[in-house]
Design a protein around this ligand. Sequence first.
Ligand SMILES: [Zn+2]
Ligand SMILES: [Zn+2]
Ligand SMILES: [Zn+2]
Length: 256
Amino acid sequence: MKFTLLGTGTSTGVPSIGCECETCTSDDPRDKRLRVSVLVEHAGRTVLIDTSSDFRQQALRVGLKHLDAVLITHCHADHIFGLDDIRPLNFRHGALGVYANERAWADIRRIFKYVFEPTYFGGGLPQVVAHTVEHGAPFCLGPGLDVTPVEVIHGRLPVTAYRFNDFAYATDLSEIPPRSLELLRGLEVLVLDCLRITPHPTHLWLERALEYVAELRPRRAYLTHIAHDIKHARDSALLPDGVEWAYDGLVISDGD
Ligand SMILES: [Zn+2]
Ligand SMILES: [Zn+2]
Ligand SMILES: [Zn+2]
C-alpha cells in the first residue's frame, strides 16, 4: 500500500498570501504546503482523501490518471472545494463514488447544489455516486483495501478519519473520543493533525498531538495540516524519534 501526501498545509496554504515570515519566504520545498489531501494506492486501485482547493494542481503534479473513489473527511472549504475538478476523470471513466458521513453529505448537497439539483441542461457537472459512511463500519474498495471510518471531533464538528489496514489518516480534529482511540491502536503509520505549536480551539497543536501519539503508539507518525508557524528544518528538532512533520510529495509505503 502506498500513500502520497498531496498537500500538508493549513486552510490558507503555505506560503500564506501576503506574508513575509521566515516560513513563507523559505526556499525549502518542505515549507511549501498545498491544502491537505492524500492519495492511497493499492493493488491497482487509487483512492483520494479530500478534494482540496488545490486538487487540480495536485492531480497534475502526480500525473493522476484515474480514481476509484473519493473519501471526504468534512466539508470545510480547504477539503472539498476541488470537487468540481473531478470532471475530467468523469469524462473518461464515468461517475465516481464519493464517501462521506451523513453530516458531510448534507453540506456537500448544499454547497454543490448545482451538481445535485441541476437547473440547466448541458455537460460539465461532476458525476458523483453518494455513499454514506458510519463510524466503525468498515467498507471495501478493492482487494485488500478495507477502509474503517473513525469519528473524531473538530471543535464541535464530527469529522471522519480513515483507517486502511495499519495506516490511519486523521486530520482536522481537536479531540479523539475514547471509542475512536480504540480503532486507532496497532498502527504502523498515523498521519495526524498538528496545526502549530500554540493552542488552537479546533485543531491539535504540538503538545496535544504528541500526547495522542504517545497514547496510540504508532510505529511512525507524521504531522499534517501545518500552518506557517512551523518551519520544517528549524522545527524538526521539536519532535521525538518516530515523529516527523509531513511535507507535500511525501510517499509512505508499507512495503507490499
Ligand atoms: Zn482543514
Ligand atoms: Zn507566513
Ligand atoms: Zn476543517
